[in-house]
Design a protein around this ligand. Structure first.
Ligand SMILES: Cc1ncc(COP(=O)(O)O)c(C=O)c1O
Length: 336
């Protein structure tokens, strides 16, 4: 599809025309419907507007050569949203219903999905709607679940640019127990440090390393890569358990990489990047190479400052799989 509008629009700025909506009242989810995207009706006292009871997901559906739309790792994203809801004491979406909502949303917006390397980005969001401004210590007993779709393009299509990352060793991205929860407040908390790093150092992203331990950036996981070896932080509640991270780590052994998951420090990272590579993984970022780290105002070049060959190789393998150019041997797609 030549010149799809998503090609020139910022990621997520275009919404496809239809959304799926379900509401939770009196202890049960009602039936969902698919309707044209329009403003939601919400009490100004809604729990989410005061106490931040919200979580969301982000996944992609790709158009394959046979014309079908294929949602990548939908079940893992559904599981993560349910886990986020539980952590925030929000009504937990019914897995089967959310699955049906995602399938219906993709089906109804099919005509607006770009061909590869574009995709339809799917954004389920869950909000607490109970009208009560005195509910700081009381969970929302009603909720709304909405699935939005956004035609997006590949970040790399215009030519890959190595990222510039600010190493933050003091500020935390979010409360320690909420790192693995995909909730709006975490992004609000990361915004100030991210904008400061952009203004002060021209950084694209902040790599949060509280106490000198490498964690993740504001919107992607962090991997150290070199020939035959990937090092990334082991899973704990302090950061988001990325689906892209998991996918890459599962694919890595077949591509000849040994995977090491453990805590590592900023000093160890700086040692690694003298010759090795660094990259960010995420649904939007795919696998984006890091060219420069900025620490305490000093620039540190990662490898030769470009996107390393192993980062390119791993990214190419993931993209080929997502676009249906290599076989899906792990059952990661749901066909629509
Ligand atoms: C904070 C954070 N970490 C990591 C990721 C990567 O997760 P995933 O690969 O599931 O998109 C994201 C993006 O969703 C994110 O917002």
């Amino acid at each position: 599809m030549a010149n799809h509008p998503a090609q020139s629009a910022p990621f997520g700025s275009i919404l496809a025309g239809q959304m799926a909506v379900a509401e939770y009242h009196h202890g049960a989810w009602g039936a969902f419907d698919v309707r044209p995207v329009a403003p939601l009706s919400l009490s100004p006292a809604a729990h989410v507007l005061h106490y931040g009871s919200t979580c969301f997901e982000g996944m992609k559906a790709f158009r394959h050569a046979d014309g079908s739309m294929q949602i990548f790792r939908m079940d893992l994203h559904i599981k993560r949203l349910r886990q986020s809801a539980r952590s925030l004491v929000l009504p937990v979406p019914d897995a089967a219903q959310l699955r049906d909502m995602l399938l219906a949303a993709v089906d109804q917006n099919r005509a607006e999905a770009p061909d590869a390397p574009g995709a339809l980005y799917l954004r389920p969001m869950l909000i607490g709607t109970t009208p009560n401004i005195g509910a700081a210590a009381t969970p929302s007993t009603s909720a709304m679940l909405v699935v939005l779709c956004s035609p997006v393009w590949d970040y790399f299509a215009g030519g890959a640019k190595p990222l510039r990352i600010y190493v933050e060793e003091h500020a935390t991205r979010c409360a320690g127990h909420l790192g693995m929860v995909k909730t709006g407040g975490n992004y609000a908390a990361a915004l100030g440090p991210t904008l400061a790093a952009r203004n002060d150092y021209g950084a694209d992203q902040v790599l949060f390393c509280p106490g000198g331990e490498v964690q993740e950036t504001g919107a992607a996981n962090f991997l150290l890569i070199r020939e035959g070896h990937i090092l990334t932080r082991s899973l704990d509640p302090s950061f988001l358990h990325g689906v892209t991270r998991d996918s890459l780590l599962q694919m890595a052994p077949d591509l000849g990489y040994q995977v090491e998951e453990r805590v590592f420090t900023v000093d160890e990272m700086l040692d690694w990047v003298k010759t090795g590579e660094a990259a960010l993984s995420g649904t939007a970022a795919v696998l984006s190479g890091v060219g420069t780290l900025v620490r305490n105002g000093h620039e540190i070049r990662v490898g030769d400052g470009g996107i390393g060959p192993n980062t390119q190789r791993l990214r190419a393998a993931l993209v080929a799989l997502q676009q249906g150019l290599t076989p899906d041997t792990r059952g990661w797609f749901t066909r629509v």
